[in-house]
Write a new protein. Structure first.
Length: 179
């Protein structure tokens, strides 16, 4: 499951907002949520909500190296005990739920390409076509857009929607869908 953050392109009442995105690599099923920041707290809240609503068990996530997701590249060196560093709170949450947390190589967003591509779709099909007067309106429209996206046919899924592909995969009970 790829996870990333996209800046909501326009300010709403002079404030910047952030879209958190999770996308399953096999079915392209997605979950989106808007937050007022992209802090550690928001990243953890997003993953906790994703765990609750995902129609399958999340076995692994892949993120970039942003400080809201990890401290493996920056925090370890600053640790008082670099051989036994304090884990990032998101890594602790992953451990609690037996989720593997993979990191892309620094500066290589293509390694999380499905979520990056979905962000392009969000820009072209959602943000370029909508304006928001309030954060509440953004959240409501984003929820509707996510439902529409999960019901759009995708060429990469041979014309199936993410929801259709998800049902096929859940019925087959594959052991390794992201190989």
């Amino acid at each position: 499951m790829g996870i990333d953050v996209k800046y909501v392109p326009d300010f709403i009442l002079n404030k910047k907002y952030y879209q958190f995105t999770a996308i399953d690599c096999a079915s392209r099923w997605r979950y989106l949520e808007a937050y007022s920041d992209c802090s550690n707290f928001s990243s953890i809240k997003f993953l906790e909500e994703l765990i609750k609503i995902a129609p399958f068990r999340i076995r692994a996530i892949k993120t970039d190296n942003g400080s809201n997701f990890t401290n493996r590249y920056t925090g370890y060196l600053k640790s008082s005990d670099p051989m036994n560093p304090r884990l990032h709170d998101l890594d602790l949450l992953c451990q609690k739920h037996n989720i593997i947390h993979y990191l892309i190589d620094p500066g290589k967003p293509a390694q999380n390409g499905k979520v990056e591509r979905s962000h392009r779709s969000d820009q072209e099909m959602f943000y370029d076509r909508n304006k928001f007067k309030t954060f509440k309106e953004l959240k409501a429209k984003l929820k509707i857009w996510n439902e529409e996206y999960n019901n759009l046919e995708h060429c990469a899924l041979n014309g199936k929607t993410p929801n259709e592909m998800l049902q096929l995969l859940l019925n087959e009970k594959p052991t390794n869908v992201c190989g």
